[in-house]
Design a protein around this ligand. Structure first.
Ligand code: NAP
Length: 299
């Protein structure tokens, strides 16, 4: 039987191989080691887990990885001061402010204050604006570009395809839309962006050749909502109670994987699909940020 699983872990390993080679050459030629600084505000447990995962990967690649922990009561201004210091520090190449920030902090102001050349998450309005108008740029947003790489490495053509994206967040849905609606290979699609106010989502998903789910609800996409031979990319990460696990929960995506599997042509699993790709692209962006210091422009 044809293998229907798109293995994000395996594909991310290929990306890491290229990163290692390029990082080695950068160090040899310019004595630069990529340095990623993560800024964490407060003690959101999930944020700490994500930052630890990123740090572990950065270290495995031989990057310098630093963390700055700030109290949840910090003011926006104090946080802006921390970022200004990192912007001015030439030994820091990538700055990552782990979201979400506490409610009293002006997240937009914080993101806007990051030097776009160090914006390895690609959240800065300048970088996102370039993405929308199809301008070449230094960084691409980690999760959406990770999805594009999954499609590319799996030889899933998107030209002329009907692609439905479920979810319109600034982190996933909207940049995903921007990437897939550009001209070019692994783009050139007819893209529909659905959200909580979309009426009768099923009408859209049933016609989709490719569905990208980023809603944040376990089992949101069900068997009756998809056509035969659909390709499904599941971005969702949801905790569901699972007392067979020591920790009392398992992680699942937004897709009813078990019941859709027989219908789909290809699917990503959760975990092991989009998640590893998000981190791989973050590392690729960090390497690019370090290269920017050596070459000023990569375009
Ligand atoms: P988000 O900011 O909460 O956005 C969720 C989106 O889903 C919103 O646009 C919302 O619509 C839409 N939505 C919610 N309920 C809906 C419904 N019943 N019908 C249709 N649309 C609905 O979430 P996010 O940050 O994009 O993340 C989405 C999921 O991906 C989460 O599970 C998150 O953990 C996961 N994630 C995974 C990765 C990874 O690396 N694998 C990275 C980022 C996020 P409205 O805009 O109308 O409210």
């Amino acid at each position: 039987m044809k293998n229907k699983i798109i293995d994000g872990t395996k594909i991310s390993q290929k990306i890491y191989q290229d990163i290692k080679t390029e990082a080695y050459l950068l160090n040899k030629k310019h004595a630069i080691t990529p340095c990623l600084v993560a800024v964490l505000v407060g003690d959101n447990p999930a944020s700490h887990v994500y930052v630890r995962m990123k740090e572990k990967r950065a270290k495995e690649l031989g990057f310098i990885s630093k963390k700055i922990f700030l109290d949840s009561t910090i003011t926006t201004q104090k946080l802006l001061d921390v970022i200004a210091q990192l912007n001015n520090d030439n030994s820091v190449h990538g700055i990552l402010v782990q979201l979400p920030l506490p409610n009293h902090i002006d997240s937009f102001k914080v993101i806007e204050s990051i030097n776009p050349k160090k914006d390895v998450d690609c959240f800065h309005p300048q970088n996102i604006g370039k993405l929308l108008i199809g301008e070449k740029q230094n960084f691409y947003p980690c999760t959406p570009f990770g999805v594009i790489k999954l499609l590319e490495y799996s030889n899933i053509e998107t030209t002329g395809k009907n692609i439905v994206i479920l979810g319109r967040s600034n982190i996933v849905g909207k940049p995903m839309f921007a990437l897939l609606s550009q001209q070019g290979r692994f783009a050139d699609a007819t893209v529909t962006l659905c959200h909580s106010k979309t009426k009768n989502i099923k009408e859209f998903t049933q016609k989709a050749d490719i569905i990208i789910a980023a809603v944040g609800k376990a089992n949101f996409l069900t068997e009756d909502m998809v056509k035969d031979d659909v390709v499904i990319i599941d971005v969702g990460i949801n905790r569901v109670n699972d007392f067979t696990q020591e920790r009392g929960y398992s992680l699942v995506g937004d897709v009813d994987f078990k019941n859709i599997f027989h219908k789909a042509a290809l699917m990503t699993p959760v975990p092991g699909g989009v998640g590893p790709m998000t981190i791989a692209i973050l590392m690729q962006n960090t390497l690019r940020a370090a290269k920017l210091l050596a070459y000023d422009t990569l375009l």
